[in-house]
Design a protein around this ligand. Sequence first.
Ligand code: ATP
Length: 219
Amino acid sequence: MKSKDGVLGVMGGTFDPIHFGHLRLAEEARQALGLSRVRVVPAGHPRHRDQPCTSAEDRLAMVQLALGDLPQFELDDSEVRADLPSYTVPTLERLRSELGSQHALVLLLGVDAFLGLPSWYRWRELFELAHIAVATRPGYSLNEQHMGEALRSEFHHRACARPERLAKRPAGMVASFAMTPLAISATSIRAILAQGGSPRFLLPDAVLDYIQQHHLYGN
Ligand code: ATP
């Protein structure tokens, strides 16, 4: 990875299942922030939220199907393979050691995830390892009143109004960008499937085919 140029984006998630909200986030971040590539890192055993409904292997397979072989997206299976609790700071430390200290790295989050950062393991260290780019998401607002004091202070201190500036430093800034509003969540897709409904056109057909073939989510 060292030899490749450009700003690297990192998008973690449970992806239970991956859907068009995730994929548009990655694609629109690439364009808005001038990222050369986005690493997609499915969580193996997430600890800061409820446990996934499907195995790490199934979630990994669905992400692989969704990404296909587009060169601008890289699937990173290290959290899934680790068999340890998945935390973002150790993942960024690993990427940082691969990239070197000067390479710009951007962690991509939806607003809901950003507002929940203070519950993450060693969360303040995230800012030393990467920039953070926050995508809009229907139902959530990046309003300082919705942030606890600690997050508000970090946000205030690090906010960057011009996302193109992220490339000039390796880490430490917070930028926000507007993406196409897609009120899609994995929770709602699981609920549709559990009720015998069709989530078609909320997620890639290849992912839906996988769900049906493997009888996931009560399908
Ligand atoms: P769940 O409903 O199971 O909580 P989710 O749909 O929120 O899942 P996650 O895997 O938890 O998906 O999210 C991974 C990342 O993608 C998070 O940063 C989240 O904010 C972001 N994200 C997910 N869906 C959207 C969306 N529709 N618009 C913008 N960001 C999104």
